[in-house]
Design a binder for this molecule. Structure first.
Ligand code: H2U
Ligand code: ZN
Length: 348
């Protein structure tokens, strides 16, 4: 018997984080007697008087949202980070360490319409969202006390989103967050050794084989990375060597809108549901350092495994040993690639 990736258990290396994961492709045939729920209802009103993100509505802070027509951003009324945190640390023992963390949190509404999602918005409607992500990166990044601007979206109740109104968040901190720190170290080391950037080299390889590429346009490619952990995880990578949203030309920003639209439509079509996920941008830190080794990319981490309600749980061995997946990245890419670009739900 000769080892192959589609039949035999193996581990795959994630060069961005330096971590391994376990792949068990032979397991996809096992019977399922676990959790099966009804899909949650999807019919939402265009405007919800009880929504704290809809235009003209009052939030928990008492502030009233403006009658915004495209996007709207505000400082989170319950921010996880505060700008007036004093510097300081607590180290009573070398094994007991704490440091003050300083930052801020923002909430970004993508559309005045309560019932839309990125997948159901047009390219022209997504463009202002990209402009907003750029504006926030610019203004927060310009602060001397903010070293990293983490843009993300938690989509769907399954991911813990508190509200279906299309929105994302930003948490911006003085220091690099953990995942960014890992990716920074890996990309820096690769740059030093090879003189080219890690993701650029990887993208070149993926475009040559094509096996895991889901979609590509002039400026961005969407692929299921070889080391994907979540069943339908994808990576959106800039084809040009740019580090930040602020480095995108107008044409590249439009290509990004098209790539985000494409992958979110494929996701919704996969199980004919409003597909939950956590997604976020990884871009160059704003702490004034040199980051030629970085390449702008976006991670999509969706939890669904085999239907609109059956999700992957990261438990047991995955918490205590190594994270694991069953269907291979290649199988996931093939399924996503076959899905139509037209959303299964007509837009009203
Ligand atoms: P999530 O749906 O991803 O949880 O994000 C919603 C955020 O909105 C959440 O972080 C904030 C919550 O703190 N929020 C406000 O800032 N004002 C409100 O009136 C309610 C919720
Ligand atoms: Zn709303």
């Amino acid at each position: 018997m000769e080892f192959n990736l589609s039949d035999h258990p193996h581990r795959r290396y994630n060069p961005l984080t330096g971590e391994w994961l376990l792949v068990s492709p032979h397991r996809t045939k096992r019977p399922w007697q676990g959790k099966v729920d009804d899909a949650p209802p999807e019919d939402l009103p265009v405007y919800d008087p009880g929504c704290y993100l809809c235009p003209g509505n009052r939030r928990a802070s008492g502030d009233v949202n403006p009658q915004y027509e495209t996007t709207f951003a505000f400082t989170n009324d319950f921010p996880a980070l505060l700008l007036d945190t004093p510097d300081g640390s607590y180290t009573p023992h070398p094994l007991v360490r704490a440091e003050a963390e300083h930052g801020t949190a923002r909430v970004l509404c993508f559309s005045p319409r309560h019932d839309l999602t990125l997948a159901r918005m047009t390219i022209d409607e997504i463009m202002p969202v990209i402009a907003l992500w750029q504006d926030e990166t610019r203004s927060l990044g310009a602060r001397g006390d903010i070293g990293y601007v983490q843009i993300f979206e938690n989509r769907g109740a399954m991911m813990g989103a508190s509200n279906p109104h299309p929105h994302g968040q930003i948490w911006a901190t003085r220091r690099l967050p953990r995942e960014v720190e890992k990716e920074d170290a890996s990309q820096r080391a690769y740059w030093k050794t090879h003189g080219v950037d890690l993701l650029g080299d990887y993208l070149k390889y993926e475009c040559e084989t094509g096996e895991r590429v889901v979609y590509a346009n002039d400026h961005f490619a969407v692929l299921v990375p070889f080391w994907a952990l979540w069943p339908f995880e994808t990576l959106v990578v800039s084809r040009a060597h740019v580090g930040s949203l602020l480095d995108l030309s107008d044409a590249a920003a439009r290509s990004l809108a098209e790539a985000l639209h494409h992958i979110t439509v494929c996701y919704d079509n996969l199980f004919r549901t409003s597909f939950p996920y956590s997604m976020g941008f990884h871009q160059t830190p704003t702490d004034g350092g040199e980051y030629p080794h970085w390449r702008l990319h976006i991670h999509f981490y969706p939890p669904l495994l085999r239907s609109a309600t059956v999700q992957k749980f990261m438990v047991g061995y995955e918490m205590l040993g190594t994270p694991q997946r069953d269907i291979t990245a290649e199988q996931a890419a093939a399924r996503l690639r076959d899905l139509r670009e037209v959303h299964y739900r007509a837009r009203v």
